[in-house]
Design a protein around this ligand. Structure first.
Ligand code: MG
Length: 381
């Protein structure tokens, strides 16, 4: 029997890579649901190829166009609640959560509550509500399978290891395109420069996050919840080649690493197949050809976003929500040409520093804290 899969965020970079994995394993999967924000053209092509039962499109004009273009048998849901409705109404074995930003939180919860596997690419749900998601997953028998390459690496290294035997998680970071820049050069970075990542082809928001190292900061928080390891036991090391995707050090001082060429289809396939592995035709790594691998500590002075993330996870409660919300607001403003590159950490630090309740209660409380932080961050632009 083929596994039934819903891909949320199917027209984004992860979504398309995921459908590529499905395409290569057609005998294993049946796509039952797809969701996108506004790209109705791409979604229409995906409907024609994968024949899902239902799809969702948040943007209203795009939804109208798709509704008249899509075949009758396909349900086309509208609005921001579309992804949740897909998860709640379709019978599925796996949900791929690849909606950018905080918008993906509700659908992750919906999937967890159904006890199905969530292959999670979107960082924000774990950053904003990691504790709640992991305990709900435990309660409902859902597996949270990381797609993020670093977390996939750690997940693989931890396979069948006892949690109390873990000494440290070591997250690798490519360092982004501005690794060698001075503080002064960094201040003059333009959106076009920030959108050119040397190793990974990704969406706009995450590419900027990767250049500021906020991406790594969010990953530290994500790892803290996924693997139940305190942030002080999570170290970040810069590794420009992005071949070692991350490492785990055990109490006996042994270190396990997972290596591979940077291709998102590898962690996506593992999130779907784990603990099994499927043969693939993707390009193979030749360590002999690589010759050398470099590692160095991150420069927190030039990349303050990483320290801000550690600060937020240390504070706990609503602080990571504020960090994330402020970052989303700041990155959007930067891409829109409204603030400079160096203003991104400034806006985040200011938002984090503002007083506000640290306690959060339930999904609603999280969304409220998120909205309040966005408001504060906009005031700091
Ligand atoms: Mg990553």
């Amino acid at each position: 029997m083929r596994r039934r899969i819903i891909v949320l965020g199917s027209t984004g970079s992860i979504g398309k890579n995921c459908l590529d994995v499905v395409r290569a394993n057609k005998n294993l999967f049946k796509v039952v649901g797809l969701s996108a924000q506004s790209n109705d053209g791409e979604l229409a092509a995906q409907i024609a190829e994968f024949k899902p039962e239902k799809v969702a499109l948040s943007n209203e004009p795009s939804w109208r166009r798709l509704r008249s273009a899509a075949p009758r048998r396909v349900g086309v849901l509208a609005g921001d609640s579309g992804p949740v409705e897909l998860v709640e109404t379709l019978k599925a074995d796996v949900v791929v959560a690849a909606i950018t930003g905080g918008a993906g939180l509700a659908s992750v919860f919906a999937a967890v509550k159904k006890g199905i596997r969530v292959a999670i690419a979107n960082k924000e749900p774990l950053v904003m509500a990691g504790g709640m998601i992991m305990s709900a997953a435990k309660k409902h028998g859902s597996t949270i399978a990381p797609i993020d390459s670093e977390h996939s690496a750690i997940w693989q290294c931890l396979h069948k290891e006892r949690p109390d035997r873990v000494a440290r998680l070591i997250l690798t970071a490519s360092g982004g395109p501005f690794l060698g820049m001075t503080k002064r050069q960094l201040a003059g970075v333009t959106p076009a420069q920030a959108l050119r990542h040397p190793r990974w082809k990704m969406g706009r928001k995450i590419t900027v996050d990767s250049s500021t190292m906020m991406n790594k900061g969010l990953e530290v928080i994500e790892a803290r919840w996924l693997f139940d390891v305190p942030a002080k036991k999570i170290e970040v090391v810069v590794h420009p080649q992005s071949i070692v995707h991350s490492m785990v050090e055990f109490v006996d001082s042994s270190v396990m690493a997972q290596l591979g060429l940077p291709d998102m289809r590898v962690p996506i396939a593992y999130a779907l197949s784990a603990p099994d592995r499927w043969p693939s035709r993707l390009r193979r790594l030749s360590v002999a050809e690589m010759g050398r691998l470099d590692f160095m500590p991150p420069d927190l002075k030039r990349f303050p976003c990483l320290s801000l993330a550690y600060e937020a996870v240390e504070k706990g409660g609503a602080a990571p929500i504020r960090l994330n919300a402020a970052n989303e607001v700041a990155v959007e403003a930067f891409l829109g040409g409204r603030i400079g590159y160096a203003d991104i950490p400034r806006v985040i630090a200011k938002t984090l520093g503002r007083n506000g309740p640290l306690k959060i209660g339930g999904l609603e409380g999280i969304m409220e804290a998120d909205a309040a932080a966005r408001e504060t961050a906009r005031g700091c632009l």
